[in-house]
Design a binder for this molecule. Structure first.
Ligand code: PLP
Length: 386
């Protein structure tokens, strides 16, 4: 069977099993462009419409049952409808979802994060990882008085204008890959405020900081590239970035939106490297929309509204009680024992997939760490983003 025939056979079988998904997709397309409202979940010939989830299982609108390894792109650490999270959400909804006032649960969740992540002394909440990295960049610019953010080629930090630059890695490895806007509608002026270097390349960072540290506010990096294909930072890379940031007077931002789950205090606790600012999201909202910026008290003080000219950061739904209560319930159920357990499951999964590839003679690789796994359809070692 040729590859084309194999793909055709899979597609035919998919169509046979999912007629209701097709019907929903056609109905959706009458009001949503292409039937879609979130690019990441669209695929051809049409996406599967899900009806409900429970634990690690989801059911589609045709009644098909799936084991969910995606968990809404790593945001549901306990799977679907965990009883403790459901109970916390239901109780809060009955008390009202949010108010135009602060609430005690906000500082409870912030306190839990600060207790777990040594570099996080203060926290601000927002509603997505995208907002978190956008505010982290703004914070770094405001604190440093400099404009440029240095990011990694292939690094993914969400969908705001400063993030959608070089999110797919360049084919050629060079010290300063050309800047690329990865969406229409991003103004050219954004490029003046961004620089890019290859991931896992400390020399490229040092060369860039030597020439431009007077313009660079911060370096932003994922300890393990997520959308880039779970490409881990090499041992010594993050501590090297810390040294360079200190040497050249720039801030260091770790985007731990995905990697926070790997230990009580994220990747930074495993590597023992303290960034100045950390961005969080995904699991800390228990499956509801969330983002957070955490960091050193003196930097985060920029947000303090009692200061003259404090940094503007607001949002109607920031720290809403339902998300925050779901986050608290989730983290209470995610202690050292549970982290070890899911990390062990992840290891087993990666080993099992790798063994299966080898047994079939497939040129494919599985990357990841702890409870995270990603498949690359190449036999080569993965050191930069795909
Ligand atoms: N940063 C990283 C590392 C991510 O993986 C993501 C999303 O996958 C984001 C930022 C953006 O988060 P959100 O989709 O909540 O805006």
């Amino acid at each position: 069977m040729t590859t084309h025939q194999a793909v055709q056979a899979i597609t035919d079988e998919y169509r046979r099993r999912t007629p209701q998904s097709l019907a929903h997709c056609q109905a959706a397309a009458r009001v949503l462009p292409g039937g879609d409202t979130r690019r990441a979940v669209y695929f051809r010939p049409y996406p599967t419409f899900i009806q409900r989830g429970e634990g690690c299982v989801i059911y589609d609108v045709d009644g098909n049952r799936y084991l969910d390894f995606n968990n809404n792109y790593t945001s549901l650490i306990h799977g679907h409808a965990h009883p403790a999270v459901v109970e916390a959400v239901q109780a809060q909804v009955a008390r009202g979802t949010l108010y135009a006032s602060p609430t005690a649960c906000q500082y409870e969740l912030a306190g839990m994060l600060a207790e777990r992540i040594p570099s996080v002394e203060r926290v601000r909440f927002c509603n997505s990882g995208t907002e978190a990295t956008m505010m982290a960049m703004r914070l770094a610019r405001a604190y440093s008085g400099k404009d440029v953010i240095l990011k990694m080629d292939g690094g993914y930090h969400g969908t705001h204008d400063f993030a959608e630059i070089n999110i797919t890695a360049s084919a050629e490895i060079e010290t300063r890959p050309p800047l690329r806007k990865e969406s229409q509608g991003i103004p050219d002026c954004i490029l003046d405020a961004m620089m890019v270097v290859p991931f896992n390349d400390l020399d490229a960072v040092e060369e860039t900081l030597t020439a431009y540290n007077h313009r660079i506010a911060a370096v932003i990096v994922e300890p393990m590239m997520n959308a880039g294909g779970l490409v881990a930072s090499r041992p010594g890379y993050l501590s090297g970035l810390r040294e360079l940031a200190d040497k050249y007077g720039v801030l260091l931002i770790f985007d731990e939106i995905v990697t926070f789950r790997l230990s009580l205090g994220g990747w930074q606790l495993l590597d023992k490297v303290m960034p100045d600012i950390t961005t969080l999201g995904k699991i800390i909202g228990g499956g509801l929309p969330v983002g957070a910026i955490g960091g050193r008290a003196d930097i985060m003080e920029m947000f303090n509204p009692t200061r003259p000219h404090s940094l503007k950061h607001s949002g109607t739904f920031n720290g809403n009680s339902v998300t925050v209560e779901a986050g608290i319930a989730t983290l209470k159920e995610y202690g050292r024992k549970e982290i070890d357990r899911v990390n062990e499951l992840g290891k087993r999964l990666r080993r099992g997939i790798a063994d299966a590839f080898q047994a079939c003679g497939l040129r494919a690789n599985v990357t990841g760490r702890g409870s995270l796994a990603y498949i690359h359809w190449t036999g080569q070692e993965i050191a930069t983003a795909s």
